[in-house]
Design a protein around this ligand. Structure first.
Ligand code: TRP
Length: 445
């Protein structure tokens, strides 16, 4: 078997894991939830829940992965020991399936981002834009396929020369582009109304259960939890690294970019409204999120004249980058299994599995009305929380406390005396599974 990959440095891991966490969920999902849930009050709740709920589960995944330094199935079996190895393997397989399902719909939306980015380039060089952004079946398929080729290409190149190389290039670019757009949008008429809503929390809404549940779901989804992505990335971290610190950095980056994205998207929505674009329906509800992104934003850009083309290009390139650094981490889950457990070369497994998932994306595209929402809900509202609970149970109840401590001590020898060790173990044992259970029950009610 070929040698396993490893991230070459702390920074490389932080950028790759942040790249996984920071995706369409941060740049699009988060601002929209803010706008429909009382502005700053949602931001506040989300930040607290990320540290209280999502960070402890992130740590569980990273530790399970680094402990075994193997794919999710092997890692879970190792923790399971004699008694729970079956359940461990099942959890690993199910995570792999869920990661693949998430990729199958994520790539369709990401393809839409690519098509709008290409449309802006066409516009810039004077080609007809319509072919790129006309929302046709053929266009959707072509751009979804293109997005898969990018994702597969990166994963096929390996941990250091694919995932790490592209994450370390693309993440700084992403941050620069967001900041550039924030500054530009802030100068436009109408933007200040968006800023006001974002910065003045309506705390009367904080007691609404829907706000808390939305924030909970967002915190969980945004850190890419509950499929084993973070477990696999953890398995590529050196034993000499202090994992709780690295995990906290990733959670901090994830929050930071979500908050930044809010400064871009919310003012932009109000600039669009100022320019006469409809963003609220007759009942005063915010439009559907896909309408907002694929109709409202383009109308906003075209109302800006010549500069609008450049702004549109930057915006959709930004979205495509965010999606790509997340999608590679989804594909990496089954690919790690194929190369670690089945001994298939990385290149071969990346293409085989990637094309297989693309075939499923095609099924979704052809039956979009029946399947799209179903796959999204099954993967994100049912599978991710349930697997998250299983991860907590394995770390909190099944993994022997001494072995857990020994793993944590690698890279942080003083672990026993830290606040982390005093709080976190009982936290993953009781608090996290209980809270995630509430999320899970919500999907049934
Ligand atoms: N966190 C990513 C985002 O915000 C999406 C995501 C959710 C994800 N679950 C995942 C990515 C699992 C990788 C693996 O867009």
């Amino acid at each position: 078997m070929a040698a396993r990959g490893e991230f070459s440095s702390r920074t490389a891991f932080v950028l790759a894991a942040s790249g996984s966490a920071i995706g369409l969920g941060n740049i699009w999902g988060f601002p929209i939830k803010v706008a429909s849930n009382g502005g700053g009050a949602f931001v506040f709740t989300y930040i607290i829940l990320t540290f209280l709920l999502a960070y402890p589960i992130l740590m569980a995944e990273l530790l399970i992965g680094r402990n075994a330094k193997a794919d999710t199935v092997k890692s879970m079996v190792k923790i399971g020991g004699k008694k729970s190895r079956g359940l461990g393997a099942l959890t690993g397989y199910w995570g792999m399936l869920t990661a693949s399902l998430i990729l199958s719909f994520y790539a369709i939306i990401a393809g839409g981002m690519l098509s709008h980015a290409s449309g802006s380039v066409a516009n810039l060089v004077g080609l007809p834009v319509n072919w790129f952004v006309n929302d046709s079946m053929l266009g959707t398929i072509v751009f979804c396929a293109a997005f898969f080729v990018l994702t597969i290409g990166v994963v096929a190149s390996g941990v250091a020369s694919g995932i790490e190389k592209w994450s370390t290039r693309l993440m700084p670019l992403l941050i620069l582009l967001i900041i550039a757009l924030i500054v530009y949008i802030a100068t436009l008429p109408g933007a200040s109304e968006g800023w006001a809503i974002y910065l003045q929390p309506d705390f009367s809404k904080i007691t609404e259960p829907s706000l808390v549940l939305d924030a909970l779901g967002q915190a969980f989804f945004s850190l890419s939890l509950g499929v084993g992505t973070m477990m696999v990335y953890g398995s590529y971290v050196s034993k000499s690294e202090n994992l709780p610190k690295l995990g906290a950095t990733v959670a901090g980056m994830d929050i930071g970019i979500a908050v930044l994205a809010g400064m871009l998207v919310i003012p932009a929505m109000y600039v669009a409204q100022y320019n006469g674009v409809v963003i609220f329906d007759d009942k005063g509800q915010l439009l559907q999120s896909t309408d907002l992104i694929f109709n409202v934003m383009p109308s906003l850009f075209s109302s800006m004249g010549g500069t609008g083309i450049i702004v549109s290009l930057i915006f959709f390139v930004l979205m495509s980058i965010a999606a790509l650094t997340s999608s590679i981490s989804m594909l990496e889950v089954p690919v790690a299994y194929a190369s670690d457990s089945l001994g298939i070369t990385r290149k071969k497994s990346a293409w085989l599995i990637g094309l297989g998932i693309f075939a499923f994306s095609l099924v979704i595209i052809f039956n979009s009305a029946a399947l799209f929402g179903l796959v999204v809900n099954f993967a994100t509202e049912f599978s991710e929380p349930l697997i998250g609970i299983l991860f907590c149970i394995f770390v909190g109840w099944i993994w022997q406390r001494n072995a857990l401590l020994a793993e944590l001590k690698q890279g942080s020898p003083d672990m026993e005396n830290t606040l982390f060790w005093k709080i976190w173990p009982s936290y993953v044992r009781f608090v996290c599974p209980a809270i995630v259970l509430v999320l899970l029950l919500r999907s049934f009610l």
